[in-house]
Design a binder for this molecule. Structure first.
Ligand code: ZN
Length: 671
C-alpha cells in the first residue's frame, strides 16, 4: 500500500517539476554522425559525455584482434545461423515470401534485432559494403511486416493475434522487449548511416500502437515491461527527438502500475519491473532483467536528476559489489530463474553468469560513470569487459558461452555453442565489441577522460570546440606502459583525466617526462595544464600478478585464491598442468609475499597470444576424491603432496582447445 501511495506522490512530482525547470526539450547532438553509444550531450545530469564511435580508431593490439574476428567471422556467421534457424522466415512468411511455419520462442525477433544492432555499431566504424547490404536486406524484411496500426511482431499474429498485450502476455510475451531491441538497433543504424527506416518503424510501434492506448491515464490500458530493456531504448529516443512522451513512458514503466496490473509478489521479484524501481532494496530475480532495469533507471536519472532514483541505484550497486558479483564481473549466480542468489551465493561450477547479464552490468556501470565521472564504475566496466563478457565468445568468433562458470568439468557437456534456441547472448556480445571504440574516451566541460587503455587514435574535440587528437600506444593488457600523445588544435588549458585502475597499486604518470603527484588507485588523476601539440603522457600501471581472496562468507571460495594480472583474471586448465589428473587435487603454494613468485611468460603462439603465469604448486598424493566425507581435522599442509609447476591462463581464453577441466578459484597452501 505504501508503495502505491509513493507512486502517486512521484507521479505528482513529475507533473509539477517539468514546468519549473527546462527539461531537454531540444534533441541531443545536431548530427547523427556526432552521437555516441548513448547521446547524453544535453542530459542535464550527465557529468561526462560520450564520443561517437567513428571518432576513435582501434588500429592494433588486444581489442583490434577481437574486433577483427567479430567483424569478419562472428557477425557474418551469426547472420547465416539466424537464417538457418528460421528467424528470418518468421518475417518473410508474413510478407508472403516464405511458407515456413512460425519458428522459435516469443523473443525470437530480438535475436534478429540484436544482430542488426551489432552490425549497425560495426558500420559506425566505417562502411563495409557487404555487411551494409546484408543489413539492408534484413531491415527490409523486418519493416515490411509492420501493420498499419504500428504493431510489429512475428509471434503474436494470426491465431495468436487475440493474445496481444493481454496482461499475462505483457508479463511473459516479450512484445515490448522485442521492440525495445528494434529501437536500439534502429538508433544504432541511424547513427551509422543516417537512414531512419528501422528507427521510424520502432518509433511508429510506440506512437501508433502503445502511446495511443496504453499508459497511466484512466482512459488508457495499463502496461508492464515484463522484461525491462525498453526503458533505456525509449530514453535514447527521447534524447534524439526531444519528445518528452518517450521519457514519460519510460518513467511510467519504471514505476509500474501494480494497482491496475497486480501480479504475485514472486513475479515482481523475477521481472524486476511492475512496482516502483525506487522501492527496490536489493538485486534479485532474473539477472538480465535487473541489469537492464537498472540501466534504464540510470538513464532516467541522467534526464531527471530524481534523487530517489539515485538513492536506489547506490543501494543496488552496493548490494552488487558487496556480495553478488563474481570476480569476473559476471552476475546472476543461480541457474534456477537465471537469477541473482542470496548475498555471497556465488558458486563456481554451478555459476550461471549469463553473458547477457555481464553485458547488462557493463551497460549499467557505464551509465553510472556518465552520471558521476567516478572511477569505481569504470573499474567494473573494465572487469566485465575483459573477463566475464570476453569469455562469452570463442577465439574463433563462432561459438559462444551462455553460462560463464568459474569451474568446469568436461562431463557437464559443451560450454561453447554456435547457436542457442534462446540466442540472446551471441549478438549481445557482438554489439559490445562493435561499439567498443565509444567506451574508451569521454569528455566533460573541462577536458577529456581516458577510460580504457587500448591502441587507438582519437580525432574529436573538446566541449569548448577546440579540436583534439589523442594517440594511444600500448601493449595493454599484456604490458602496463601506455603512451598517449596529446594534440589539441590550439595550445590551451584543459584537463586530461587519466584513469588509475583500482587494481594498480603502484602507478606512475608523467607528462613530457615529468612525474605527476597525487596518483591514487581507483580514481581519475586530473592533469590540468596548458596542453600543446605533441605533449607526451606516459602511464605505467602495476602489472605484478595479484593474489585475491574472497570474503570468508563466500563459502565456495573458502581456502582458495584467484589470480589477477592487470585487468585479467586467470584460471587453470587441466591440459596445461603436467602430471595432474584432477584439478581438485591441486593447490598453489604461496610464500611470504604472495604474487611475487609468478613467472609471466609471453606466448605469441598460444591462444591467440597471451601472457601466461607459472607458479609453484603441489598435487596431493592421495586423490581427494578418495578421502572420506568427514575425518579428524588436520592442517591441509600436512597432506602428502608432490610438487607441480602450475600454468595459469587468462580466464577469457578458457575452453578454446579440447575439452578440459577449468578452475578459477584455486586451493592454496602456505609455505
Ligand atoms: Zn543471453
Amino acid at each position: 500500500m505504501f508503495q502505491v501511495r509513493q507512486t502517486w506522490i512521484s507521479v505528482a512530482f513529475f507533473l509539477i517539476v517539468p514546468a519549473l525547470r527546462p527539461l531537454a526539450a531540444q534533441p541531443g547532438s545536431e548530427s547523427w554522425k556526432d552521437q555516441g553509444i548513448v547521446d547524453v550531450t544535453r542530459s542535464p545530469h550527465a557529468k561526462l559525455h560520450t564520443i561517437p564511435i567513428r571518432a576513435i580508431t582501434i588500429d592494433q593490439g588486444f581489442w583490434a584482434e577481437r574486433r577483427k574476428t567479430n567483424l569478419e567471422k562472428s557477425i557474418p556467421t551469426m547472420r547465416e545461423v539466424l537464417i538457418a534457424n528460421g528467424r528470418m522466415e518468421n518475417f518473410r512468411r508474413l510478407s508472403g515470401k516464405s511458407k515456413a511455419a512460425q519458428n522459435g520462442p516469443v523473443y525470437g525477433d530480438a535475436h534478429v534485432y540484436k544482430w542488426l544492432e551489432a552490425a549497425s555499431f560495426a558500420l559506425q566504424s566505417g562502411d563495409v559494403p557487404e555487411l551494409h547490404k546484408a543489413t539492408e536486406e534484413i531491415i527490409s524484411d523486418v519493416v515490411a511486416v509492420q501493420e498499419p496500426g504500428g504493431y510489429l511482431n512475428t509471434y503474436y499474429v494470426e491465431d495468436r493475434a487475440s493474445q496481444r498485450m493481454l496482461p499475462a502476455v505483457q508479463s511473459t510475451g516479450h512484445e515490448l522487449y522485442n521492440i525495445g531491441h528494434l529501437l536500439q538497433a534502429g538508433i544504432a543504424y541511424y547513427r551509422a548511416t543516417g537512414d531512419r527506416k528501422m528507427l521510424d518503424a520502432a518509433t511508429r510501434f510506440f506512437d501508433d500502437f502503445i502511446i495511443k492506448s496504453y499508459g497511466p491515464e484512466p482512459d488508457k490500458k495499463p502496461l508492464v515491461s515484463g522484461h525491462p530493456g525498453t526503458e533505456l531504448a525509449l530514453i535514447e529516443l527521447y534524447r534524439m527527438t526531444g519528445r518528452k512522451q518517450y521519457l514519460d513512458l519510460a518513467g511510467y514503466l519504471l514505476r509500474g502500475d501494480s494497482e491496475r496490473m497486480p501480479f504475485p509478489q514472486s513475479r515482481y521479484v523475477y521481472m524486476f519491473c511492475g512496482i516502483p524501481f525506487t522501492s527496490r532494496t536489493q538485486l534479485e530475480g532474473h539477472a538480465v532483467r535487473a541489469m537492464y532495469a537498472a540501466s534504464g533507471a540510470t538513464d532516467y536519472y541522467l534526464e531527471t536528476g530524481d534523487p530517489a532514483y539515485w538513492k536506489t541505484l547506490e543501494t543496488l550497486w552496493n548490494d552488487l559489489t558487496k556480495s553478488k558479483m563474481y570476480v569476473t564481473g559476471g552476475v546472476g549466480s543461480r541457474g534456477s530463474g537465471e537469477a541473482f542468489g542470496d548475498p555471497y551465493e556465488l558458486p563456481n561450477s554451478r555459476a550461471y553468469g549469463e553473458s547477457c547479464a555481464a553485458i547488462g552490468n557493463m551497460m549499467w556501470n557505464w551509465r553510472l560513470l556518465l552520471s558521476t565521472g567516478d572511477a569505481r564504475f569504470t573499474d567494473i566496466v573494465e572487469r566485465v569487459l575483459y573477463n566475464g563478457l570476453n569469455s562469452g565468445m570463442s577465439l574463433s568468433g563462432t561459438t559462444y558461452c551462455y553460462r560463464n562458470p568459474l569451474e568446469y568439468a568436461p562431463e557437464s557437456g559443451p560450454i561453447r555453442n554456435s547457436w542457442y534456441t534462446t540466442n540472446c547472448c551471441p549478438s549481445n556480445i557482438q554489439r559490445i565489441f562493435s561499439a567498443l571504440p565509444g567506451y574508451i574516451y569521454g569528455t566533460s566541460g573541462d577536458g577529456v577522460y581516458v577510460h580504457l587503455y587500448q591502441n587507438s587514435q582519437l580525432d574529436w574535440r573538446l566541449e569548448n570546440g577546440v579540436g583534439l587528437k589523442l594517440s594511444q600506444h600500448t601493449n595493454y593488457p599484456w604490458d602496463g606502459t601506455v603512451d598517449i600523445t596529446v594534440t589539441p588544435a590550439l595550445a590551451s588549458e584543459f584537463t586530461v583525466y587519466v584513469r588509475i585502475p583500482a587494481w594498480s597499486t603502484t602507478t606512475k604518470v608523467a607528462v613530457n617526462g615529468q612525474a605527476m603527484s597525487g596518483v591514487k588507485s581507483g580514481t581519475y588523476l586530473p592533469i590540468r595544464r596548458r596542453w600543446a601539440a605533441g605533449d607526451k603522457l606516459r602511464i605505467q600501471l602495476d602489472m605484478a600478478p595479484k593474489v585475491l581472496t574472497a570474503n570468508p562468507q563466500l563459502a565456495d571460495d573458502s581456502g582458495r585464491v584467484a589470480i589477477q594480472r592487470g585487468p585479467l583474471v586467470y584460471c587453470l586448465e587441466q591440459l596445461d598442468q603436467n602430471g595432474v589428473t584432477s584439478l581438485s587435487d591441486v593447490a598453489v603454494v604461496l610464500g611470504r609475499n604472495p604474487g611475487s613468485e609468478f613467472r609471466p611468460e609471453l606466448r605469441r603462439d598460444l591462444l591467440g597470444g597471451i601472457v601466461l603465469l607459472r607458479h609453484e604448486g603441489v598435487v596431493t598424493q592421495k586423490k581427494l576424491s578418495e578421502e572420506p566425507l568427514y575425518q579428524l581435522f588436520e592442517p591441509v599442509s600436512q597432506r602428502i603432496t608432490r610438487p607441480a609447476d602450475l600454468t595459469f591462463i587468462p580466464y577469457y581464453v578458457w575452453a578454446n582447445r579440447e575439452p578440459s577441466a577449468m578452475q578459477l578459484w584455486v586451493r592454496y597452501i602456505q609455505r
